[in-house]
Design a protein around this ligand. Structure first.
Ligand code: 45D
Length: 319
């Protein structure tokens, strides 16, 4: 058989992904804008230190500085309106600028706004605001899922805000500043059960933010499928994605299985932990990488999954 990206997506079909994330994100998106903002505020301030992000570097904040300064100058009611406009994707100049930010700049923008709300420079959620029962239920769900899933839900909510006139996925307009790691990346990787050089080199390159080296491991038309997303196809697209979204990640693969299959292809499933620079060692995400290597040992496909539970780390069977 010849593999296609579609057939490759189905390798290791028994991998259980964290479906609580898309489910909770969908429930969040059905709430009123007032409830959404209030819920984020309670989630963000009440979930405790473990899910409090590290301050983004000044360089990243600079990309959002213009609109942050505008918001600071506004009267309180207008500040609240601006936040509502972002959450309801209303067409305003600020909503348009926001939509053009990279994911990490969007997060940095809200981080700073949250800080300004805590300090009283930006209007808070109205004291005494009563969330609807639906919103309370979503917040309760968020409280129960594990921290890696909580931060993914938070990230998802911020991703779709703003108004994008082109309705295309936002691509970073300015070069992305580097993420300083709060915890140094592992310098060596050892995966119990797997020694394949391509796979080892992938993790080493990613832990060094050496995306050129990582992308060189892919087949010309190879694909990378991030958690809950469609595959990104081709070296150039993968490189652009990595530069925008994969900086500063610490990857700690732990164990895996490998198997030769048809046509000289090989498949690997590896499980382990990933840290984002936003939370460092405070939040460990339980992840799987499902690799399909071609005859030349190049990556034809890799899916990155956020796992349903820590138990899934040990699910290394084929079917
Ligand atoms: O609306 O191998 C307020 C790939 C109230 C690459 C607020 C990867 C009002 C290949 C509180 C102010 C990248 C795919 C809002 C691996 C309001 C590869 C603020 C995986 C919004 C492994 C809220 C990478 C705030 C992964 C400030 C899985 C929220 C990376 C902040 C995952 C939330 C990264 C933050 C994640 C969330 C990062 C900072 C999940 C960050 C999450």
């Amino acid at each position: 058989m010849t593999y296609t990206i579609e057939s490759a997506q189905a390798i290791f079909p028994n991998t259980q992904i964290a479906s609580a994330v898309p489910d909770t994100t969908a429930a969040f998106n059905r709430l009123s804008v007032e409830d959404q903002l209030a819920l984020l505020w309670y989630a963000y301030t009440e979930l405790g230190r473990s899910i409090t992000p590290a301050a983004p570097g000044a360089a990243r904040l600079q990309l959002a500085e213009g609109i942050l300064n505008q918001i600071k100058q506004m009267p309180a009611a207008q500040q609240t309106q601006t936040m509502s406009d972002l959450a309801s994707r209303t067409d305003t100049p600020i909503s348009r600028s926001y939509a053009g930010f990279s994911v990490n700049t969007k997060l940095a923008f809200w981080y700073e706004l949250g800080e300004m709300m805590k300090k009283g420079f930006v209007a808070p959620i109205p004291p005494g605001y009563q969330m609807s029962d639906d919103a309370t239920a979503v917040l309760e769900t968020i409280k129960k899922i594990d921290p890696g899933q909580q931060i993914t839900v938070l990230r998802n909510t911020v991703l779709d805000m703003g108004f994008d006139p082109a309705l295309t996925p936002s691509s970073p307009k300015a070069p992305e500043p580097l993420f300083a790691r709060s915890t140094p990346a592992p310098t060596t990787v050892a995966v119990e059960g797997v020694t394949e050089p391509t796979v080892m080199s992938y993790f080493e390159a990613m832990n060094a933010d050496n995306f050129e080296a990582a992308v060189a491991l892919f087949a010309e038309n190879g694909a990378l499928q991030p958690p809950f997303q469609k595959p990104i196809v081709g070296r150039e697209a993968i490189a652009a994605y990595m530069r925008a979204e994969a900086q500063g990640l610490n990857m700690m693969p732990q164990q895996g299985i490998s198997e030769g299959i048809e046509d000289g292809y090989k498949q690997f499933k590896i499980t382990g932990k990933v840290q984002t620079p936003w939370f460092g060692a405070n939040v460990l995400m339980n992840m799987a990488w499902r690799f399909l290597l071609d005859r030349e040992g190049k990556i034809f496909f890799v899916a990155i999954d956020l796992l349903a539970s820590p138990k899934e780390l040990l699910n290394l069977t084929r079917k």
